[in-house]
Design a protein around this ligand. Structure first.
Ligand code: ATP
Ligand code: MG
Length: 539
């Protein structure tokens, strides 16, 4: 059963016998790190191949030598594997430069391409508009022999950048601007990250892509909607070079998320200007950033699945993404306790120490319990005690009862204040028969509080994040005006010693605080926010 329109097309092609198996490709340009939008493209390219028991290649679109770097190639590979996808072959557009060149000679010989001496500006000026046809180039009627000689001279380095180019000879009056004698080769004296200085002419994306697809045996070339108007050119290349079976291009809508910048160009700017700590800054929408943030790969795939494959452009609420991540972590993340703004709680009638049985994850039957040391001196959140509570206050106030998570019910008896009247300690009584799991006290506690043992707890640095991009209505529309440079906030906290021992990278639910990833930096326990605890998104 087809799940979306792409699969419907594929089913039609299979039924019509045009193809017998499915080959796709994920085609990043190695000019930056992958972001969550690319996860959607991977979900579609790898996912569709998987569903049809076909294959998906990793295709590096490296036709633009001046922007590409091997660092990016490595990062892209790492991020794909992290998401859990496996490519059949790793292919580069540059692997095919020789063949792509031969095909250009073929077009020239058949009178379907010509060398043009107009400058890039002149070509743009004579291209016409959506309502007016373009003007034919004065070089359009050069003979195939002359074109061949000139093109070979271009290849051999006889001309400067921009002095000449090769254009497909299609139709300057076409209603589709992309078919008005598009440039298919340009001169660029630049060192390529793989072919070095072998070439000083490079094919244009619209010409190279269908050839690379065909040479890889791609059956369905799945790409984003901005290529829809380029499909006639994609097909023109396939028809005129006699490709059979001709790959079929199908376009889908990009993934856009509110409060995130989703363009490599802008992301690169943020990195280069030092507005963030790097490509993997936890606020970045890059896969490296999301991983560093502690967002599980499964949650990202789940999100892509739920967001669906459509042809309609839309912007997805960042809150929806966060809700999916939260749902995932709620089911999978072990619970732990840390206190962000500690207030001393002394249990006056308690002596000694004992282990409380702490439920690791009440939603996971197999998670079990672990021991947490209870004692006389504890810390609770400052906000969990009030001397002057508002009505319906369910936390601790003088004379009220609360349960300390996994341990006992306590009653607050007395608050110790400093000269300025700030509470510095709360003294309470515990009830031995109220132990969690075996409570015979009959006392009704209003709230459940998290706590840490003052003696055994460890210091932690807690990091919280706001969105990198303020809401769309914030001042201008320009990304750079909406960037929130003050979106990382650092606090100190007291944490269970267990957190220090846990494996780096583990995602925890810090009870009543949020979901945090554990790391160690210079020997120090660092807990950084993955996503808040509360769902403020209405699914
Ligand atoms: P950017 O503007 O961020 O540089 P791009 O489209 O230039 O994006 P590519 O490296 O060319 O980046 O993208 C590889 C593939 O991922 C392409 O097929 C592209 O259409 C797709 N892709 C890029 N961004 C998104 C997105 N936001 N949603 C879905 N697919 C995307
Ligand atoms: Mg691109």
């Amino acid at each position: 059963m087809a799940d979306n329109f792409i699969e419907q097309f594929i089913d039609e092609d299979l039924a019509a016998g045009k193809i017998s198996s499915i080959q796709t490709r994920f085609p990043p340009e190695p000019n930056g790190y992958l972001h969550i939008g690319h996860a959607k493209s991977m979900f579609i390219n790898f996912g569709t191949a998987e569903k049809y028991h076909g294959k998906c290649n990793l295709f590096f679109d490296d036709t633009n030598p001046s922007k590409e770097k091997t660092e990016y190639v490595d990062a892209i590979r790492r991020d794909i594997l992290w998401l859990g996808y496996h490519w059949e072959k790793e292919v580069y557009a540059s692997d095919f430069f020789d063949v792509i060149y031969e095909y250009a000679e073929k077009l020239i010989k058949e009178g379907k391409a010509f060398v043009c001496d107009l400058s890039a500006d002149e070509i743009r000026e004579t291209r016409g508009t959506l309502t007016e046809p373009g003007k034919e180039s004065p070089y359009r009627n050069r003979t195939p022999e002359e074109n061949l000689t000139l093109f070979r001279e271009m290849r051999d380095g006889k001309y400067q950048d921009g002095e000449k180019c090769l254009r497909a000879k299609i139709d300057m009056a076409s209603p589709n601007v992309n078919l008005r004698d598009p440039v298919i080769y340009r001169i660029l004296h630049a060192t390529h990250h793989r072919t070095g200085d072998k070439w000083c002419i490079y094919p244009m994306y619209d010409y190279a892509h269908p050839i690379c697809d065909f040479l890889q045996g791609v059956t369905h070339s799945l790409c984003t909607l901005e290529f829809e108007d380029h499909r006639p050119l994609y097909d023109w290349v396939g028809v005129n070079l006699g490709f059979s079976p001709k790959p079929r291009q199908i376009e889908f809508a990009r993934l856009n998320l509110t409060n995130l910048v989703m363009s490599k160009r802008y992301l690169k700017k943020l990195v280069e200007e030092g507005s963030v700590h790097g490509w993997d800054d936890p606020r970045m929408p890059t896969l490296a950033g999301l991983r560093n943030r502690g967002i599980p790969a499964e949650a990202i795939k789940d999100f892509c699945q739920r967001a669906g494959v459509t042809k309609a452009q839309s912007e997805c609420e960042i809150g929806y993404f966060e809700a999916v991540v939260r749902d995932y972590l709620n089911l999978h993340a072990p619970r732990a306790m840390a206190v962000v703004d500690p207030l001393k709680l002394t249990v006056t009638n308690y002596e000694g120490e004992e282990d409380a049985d702490f439920e690791i994850n009440q939603l996971d039957e197999n998670a079990g319990t672990r021991k947490v040391k209870f004692g006389k001196e504890l810390y609770i959140e400052r906000g969990d005690f009030s001397l002057d509570p508002p009505p319906k206050y369910h936390r601790l106030k003088i004379g009220s009862y609360c349960r300390l998570k996994s341990a006992y019910i306590v009653r607050a008896d007395e608050a110790v204040t400093d000269e300025e009247g700030n509470v510095v300690e709360v003294r309470c009584t515990y009830f031995p028969e109220s132990r969690s799991g075996n409570d015979t006290s009959g006392i009704k506690a209003k709230g459940v509080l998290h706590w840490v043992n003052a003696e055994t707890c460890v210091d932690a640095e807690l990091r919280q994040y706001e969105h990198l991009l303020r809401d769309a209505d914030y001042s201008g529309q320009d990304f750079s005006e909406r960037i929130d440079l003050d979106s990382e906030h650092i606090f100190s906290a007291k944490a269970e010693p267990y957190l220090k021992e846990a494996a780096d990278g583990t995602a925890f639910q810090l009870m009543r605080t949020g979901y945090y990833k554990k790391a160690t930096e210079n020997g120090k326990l660092v807990l950084s926010e993955i996503v808040s605890l509360k769902d403020n998104f209405n699914k």
